[in-house]
Design a protein around this ligand. Structure first.
Ligand SMILES: C[C@](O)(C(=O)O)[C@H](CC(=O)O)C(=O)O
Ligand SMILES: [Mg+2]
Length: 301
């Protein structure tokens, strides 16, 4: 019902154990808490909270306008709706290394399983935009060390993202990733790699779990799960996929409604009331106390 069944510690452990299997973990981004539940219901084993999606959800571009507490609030809402481990996009850590430290504790308190911090300067921008600027390597190392020191649950996953590929080239990005691992990062997110050979080079050079960002309409190729598994990647991330699908469907639907004056033609594309109720667990609430409410649904709804 209202509650989930696992603790934050159990989910963090589950994510660690899942990563240790060496099998590719496919992680879709939830665009709201309900979609996190859908991700769980369809058998995925982790969900992502994207900075780009949260910003877009608020009608903002992904240029560092959202705050640590806004992200933590959404994270808490999300972890209440699913038992899956949730990985959170913590951008640059929202300021100085001490802000990154506070961000780690906020996210631990929000029940998430891990986060990634990137080496862009503040304010950051989407990793697939041009004109990014990265911090000096030593600054990012301080950011990571501060995050590691702040972490209270050793299973909380701290992932370092480097945006250096697009700024300083592949070799520099790899050097940075190694330095970030030495500083205590548990996993690495190499952003905006150009092709499969670059994915392979990164794998060759770095010893910790690696995340492949399969975001659409970006700078990199969309590699399928088999290819990523063969390349030795650990996480395939689909950060904005569900939002793009949902917004595409919403836009089409609005056009149809405006043109036809009724939504009737759209019904086959809609999630039905019964499917929504199934996802929300209505039956369980009703079984708990049918005096509170009961319901029957007409067939086909
Ligand atoms: C992964 C990412 O950081 C995100 O916020 O989801 C974005 C995704 C995107 O803008 O497509 C990024 O790659 O910077
Ligand atoms: Mg982001």
């Amino acid at each position: 019902m209202l509650h989930t069944r696992t603790t934050a510690e159990q989910r963090r452990r589950a994510l660690r154990e899942r990563l240790a299997t060496g099998r590719l973990l496919t992680v879709p981004g939830a665009f709201n808490p309900l979609s996190a539940r859908l991700i769980q219901d369809l058998g995925f084993e982790a969900a992502y909270l994207s900075g780009a999606v949260l910003a877009a959800d608020l009608g903002l571009p992904d240029i560092g306008l959202t705050t640590a507490t806004e992200v933590a609030d959404r994270a808490r809402q999300t972890t209440r709706a699913t038992d899956l481990p949730v990985l959170v996009d913590a951008d640059t850590g929202f300021g100085e290394p001490m802000n990154a430290a506070r961000t780690v504790q906020l996210m631990e308190d929000a029940g998430v399983a891990g986060l990634h911090l990137e080496d862009q300067v503040n304010p950051k921008r989407c990793g697939h935009l041009d004109g990014k600027t990265v911090t000096p390597r030593a600054e990012m190392v301080r950011r990571i060390r501060a995050a590691v020191d702040a972490r209270r649950d050793p299973d909380f996953l701290l992932m370092a993202r480097t945006d250096a590929r697009a700024v300083e080239g592949l070799a520099a990005a790899i050097d940075r990733a190694r330095a970030y691992v030495d500083a205590g990062a548990d996993a690495v997110f190499p952003e905006a790699l150009a092709d499969e050979a670059e994915f392979a080079a990164f794998r060759e050079a770095v010893d910790v779990p690696l995340l492949a960002n399969m975001t659409e309409f970006g700078k990199g190729p969309l590699l399928d799960a088999r290819t990523l598994q063969d390349l030795g990647y650990d996480i395939a991330l689909y950060p904005v996929t569900l939002l793009r699908l949902a917004m595409g469907a919403a836009e089409d639907g609005l056009r149809t409604l405006a043109a036809e004056g009724t939504q009737s033609a759209l019904l086959p594309r809609m999630q039905t009331r019964s499917r929504l109720y199934e996802l929300l667990g209505y039956q369980e609430y009703s079984a708990f106390d049918s005096a509170v409410f009961d319901f029957t649904l007409p067939p086909g709804t």
